[in-house]
Design a protein around this ligand. Structure first.
Ligand SMILES: [Zn+2]
Length: 109
């Protein structure tokens, strides 16, 4: 399981970087909507910015959730419960962990 720790740590760094980029994008959208006439809901540019901002916001939430999952997986690695299904206690197949290193449950659960 040593290499899973490396996989998770790399994944964690990549997620942090993605989160930083998304936060930059989000800030730019906030600035952009301040510059455009935000009070005019018929302003097509304002609507586009609002839409794109909500998309970026959704991606930020996703990245944050992913980060929580990665930290939880690292915690399980540290306590020796990594790779064990949280629901039924069966070992999670290596292929599933490779595909989804943060998996908490086996394929059946
Ligand atoms: Zn299970």
């Amino acid at each position: 399981m040593d290499d899973m720790s490396g996989v998770l740590k790399r994944e964690r760094l990549a997620t942090l970087e993605r989160l930083a980029n998304l936060t930059d994008d989000f800030d730019r959208f906030v600035d952009a909507s301040r510059d455009s006439n935000a009070d005019d809901e018929h302003d097509p540019e304002g609507a586009t910015i609002a839409f794109e901002r909500s998309q970026v916001d959704a991606l930020i939430q996703q990245a944050r959730t992913q980060l929580v999952e990665i930290d939880a997986a690292l915690e399980r690695l540290a306590t020796g419960t990594y790779g064990i299904c949280e629901r039924c206690g069966a070992p999670i197949p290596a292929a599933r962990l490779e595909a989804r290193p943060t998996a908490r449950t086996c394929v059946t659960c």
